[in-house]
Design a protein around this ligand. Structure first.
Ligand code: PEP
Length: 248
């Protein structure tokens, strides 16, 4: 399976940073065996996509409905219109701060799909949940209820992101990532049959140039969702290199 490395710029970036997105796109082109994308603020998508037609630019959310009275929200068709090819849905920061439920996330993923976007659905447990021995139950529950019934590996990937690893510099032990990704895979195969083997499962949470080789070598880790280390080409490059060298 080709590795998929996706950057998440979160609420960072203005027009002054378009040159860095261009630098990332240029650098990513040097790793043709790896699929990559950068999910940037909605305000930058149109300019970045127009300037970088070969590179996959993405959004970080979309609304579950096509249009209407939803002040401040962005519809999937608007992302497509601006040039996005992919969007993150259900990031833990949105689950927590915007109180997004699994049902909300499922609706958003369906809306994104209808407009032809690729989708990355995020799941992940809090530290409290892990410490209570509930990590598998929480993540598998999120997975069960966040994925649309017609999910297909052609357009949907899953990012396992332990909440306590995001932006903290901490990562789980290798065995815990292995266990979680195997459990996610098992559920996907149980639900979708053979096609369940084809979904790309990304790991996210403090992935960087130092730990990417180890993380990307874990079975069923088919890529990464990267926050902080995607903000510059210099930090993103070693992750792409690790993916290119991972041999799968
Ligand atoms: C993220 O925001 O999805 C993420 C994984 O962030 P970081 O790499 O900074 O932990």
């Amino acid at each position: 399976m080709r590795k998929y490395i996706v950057g998440n710029w979160k609420m960072n970036g203005t027009s002054a940073d378009l040159h860095e997105i261009a630098a990332i796109a240029t650098m990513a082109a040097a790793y043709p065996s790896v699929d990559s994308a950068i999910c940037i603020p909605a305000t930058l998508i149109e300019r970045a996509a127009a300037a970088l037609p070969e590179f996959s630019i993405g959004g970080q959310d979309c609304h579950a409905t096509a249009s209407g009275a939803h002040t401040g929200c962005v519809a999937a068709a608007m992302l497509v219109d601006a040039g996005a090819r992919v969007t993150i849905i259900g990031h833990s920061e949105r689950r927590a701060a915007q109180h997004e439920t699994d049902a909300d996330i499922r609706g958003k993923a369906e809306a994104a799909r209808i407009e032809g976007l690729n989708v990355i659905v995020c799941v992940g447990e809090t530290l409290q949940e892990r410490d209570a021995g509930r990590a598998l139950e929480i993540v598998l529950g999120q997975l069960q209820h966040s994925l649309p019934a017609n999910s297909s590996a052609d357009w949907l990937s899953i990012a396992y992101e332990p909440v306590w690893a995001i932006g903290t510099g901490r990562i789980p032990e290798e065995k815990d990532v292995r266990e979680m990704h195997a459990a996610i895979r098992e559920q996907l195969v149980g639900r979708f049959g053979e096609t369940g083997k084809k979904f790309r499962l990304l790991y996210g949470g403090s992935m960087n140039g130092e730990n990417a080789t180890m993380l990307l070598a874990i079975p069923d880790v088919d890529g990464g969702l990267i926050g902080g280390a995607s903000l510059s080409a210099a930090k993103f490059e070693p992750i792409l290199a690790a993916a290119a060298n991972s041999g799968e």
